[in-house]
Design a binder for this molecule. Structure first.
Ligand code: NDP
Ligand code: HSE
Length: 440
């Protein structure tokens, strides 16, 4: 059989990796796919650089639309990024009746509903393994490997940049800015690192996983998003003393009242495997009712790890290219007409446990007054750690840190109680509140 022809839009970090791996492993891939997979045409704004990478093995153009319009091209890979031209090209690919492979989590999390609907109407596939956790085949696991399960929760370290920064801050005592610069130098960060450090990139990925796990539409606008920019070395150290690591987690969970979808730093018990995922590595824990807890770990970014996921999608599409669209695995795991409208819960209704750090006057009765307000709100305290005043402000200091771990409580209840605690004259600075996830 003749090779299937691919058009590649954008030959940067990931696109370059796709070209390289597909060329290097072409024979192995052909044996798996049942026919050759050949990048016949590449579009990139930087034609000269693209020609150097391609070295005469594919046609290079500057106009992405020329690739989509080529009748020989069956599958288009979008590796440009962003929501602008990438969205138009994705929709034009689908309108031309071609399958789309993309690593663009931002595009799918924000415009997924429109893109998946267009693909369904045209009978083409949108594949996006590389969009979540790079080279880790988590989409395949959720969509196919765990298909027997009623998924209960997913918690993941799904942004390598922030995990790298947190690891460097903890291990080397680097400050936030120095660790971020290293992450950018190593190529982990997005073009705009705000997406990484403010939790937006992780929320894009959590949104996509939530849709696949629970059969709901992609709803990035309902995700709760908090990054790591306000974390202090002090809290990382206290967490450590209490037996926890702080990680930026993407969490989506099915509860009786709806679905939780949230990204924020969280204390995780240091004995959990996921707490020991360091550097730019990614890990996702999935809990299904039949299988129990499973863990997926690997490189979440980088040229060839991400290319590995893009090419896996190419092989899947190639195998089922001639199949009736109704017989292909649905892009979002559930059939488009079987999606559910279970609501995403507001954060006030989320139930979890908390780490609180209060800078207080070192005087008799402070702990009792704080504990009383918490008890009045029905919040149960799990543990308390009080630092020596000298440790906080040096000899003769009149301030100290009070660290409180709570049992599970509704976030709205805690927020209301903290307003009262904050108003106590002995509480001298804004209270630090971090969520704690046992992931048991
Ligand atoms: P790069 O910026 O390295 O590559 C993008 C390429 O697209 C560049 O060569 C750029 O050219 C080219 N380009 C821009 N506009 C156009 C256009 N209109 N037509 C044709 N080419 C164009 O990005 P990455 O490879 O890092 O990322 C690609 C996608 O993969 C993004 O969605 C990203 O979020 C996702 N991703 C990236 C990962 C990674 O590790 N890098 C991991 C997982 C997902 P020029 O440079 O001249 O502007
Ligand atoms: N900026 C992303 C990260 C790249 O750090 O994980 C992979 O999506």
């Amino acid at each position: 059989m003749k090779p299937i022809k691919i058009g590649l839009l954008g030959i940067g970090t990931v696109g370059g990796g796709v070209f390289e791996v597909l060329t290097r492993n072409q024979e192995e891939i052909r044996r798996r796919a049942g026919r050759g997979i050949e990048i016949a045409m590449v579009a990139d704004l930087n034609v000269e650089r693209a020609q150097q990478i391609v070295a005469g093995r594919a046609q290079v153009v500057s106009d992405a639309r020329a690739v989509i319009a080529n009748p020989d091209i069956d599958i288009v890979i979008e590796l440009i990024g962003g929501y602008g031209i990438a969205k138009q090209l994705a929709l034009e690919t689908i309108a031309a009746g071609k399958h789309l492979v993309t690593a663009n989590k931002a595009l799918l999390a924000v415009h997924g509903t429109e893109i998946f609907a267009a693909a369904h109407a045209k009978g083409v596939t949108v594949a996006f393994e590389a969009a979540v956790a790079g080279g880790v085949p988590i989409i395949k696991a959720l969509r196919e490997g765990l298909t027997a399960n009623r998924i209960q929760w997913i918690a993941g370290i799904i942004n390598g940049t922030t995990n790298f920064i947190l690891s460097e801050m903890r291990d080397k005592g680097l400050d936030f800015d120095a660790a971020l610069k290293d992450a950018q130098r190593l190529g982990y960060a997005e073009a705009d690192p705000t997406f990484d450090i403010e939790g937006i990139d992780a929320a894009h990925k959590a949104t996509i996983m939530s849709a696949i796990a629970f059969g709901i539409p992609v709803q990035f606008d309902k995700a709760h998003v908090e990054g790591i920019t306000r974390l202090t070395a002090q809290d990382i150290k206290y967490a450590e003393q209490l037996g926890y690591r702080i990680k930026l987690l993407g969490i989506t969970k099915r509860v009786a009242q709806g679905i939780e979808l949230r990204v924020h730093p969280a204390l995780v018990p240091a004995r959990r495997l996921i707490a020991n995922v360091e550097g730019a590595m990614n890990a996702v824990v999935v809990h299904g009712d039949a299988v129990g807890t499973t863990l997926y770990y690997g490189k979440g970014a980088g040229s060839e790890p991400t290319a590995s996921a893009v090419i896996a999608d190419l092989v899947d599409i190639t195998r089922l290219h001639t199949a009736d669209p109704a017989h292909r695995v649905p892009s979002l795991a559930f059939h488009p007409d079987a999606l559910s409208d279970v609501r995403i819960l507001p954060m006030r209704d989320v139930v979890t446990s908390y780490y609180l750090r209060l800078r207080v006057a070192d005087e008799t009765g402070v702990l009792a007054r704080v504990a009383m307000l918490m008890a009045d709100a029905g919040i149960s305290i799990d543990a308390v750690l009080q630092r020596e005043a000298d440790e906080i402000g040096g000899e003769g200091s009149t301030q100290t840190d009070l660290i409180i771990l709570t049992h599970d409580t509704r976030e709205g209840t805690l927020d209301d109680a903290l307003v009262k605690v904050q108003a106590l004259p002995s509480v001298l600075a804004p209270i630090v509140r971090l969520r704690k996830e046992e992931l048991a």
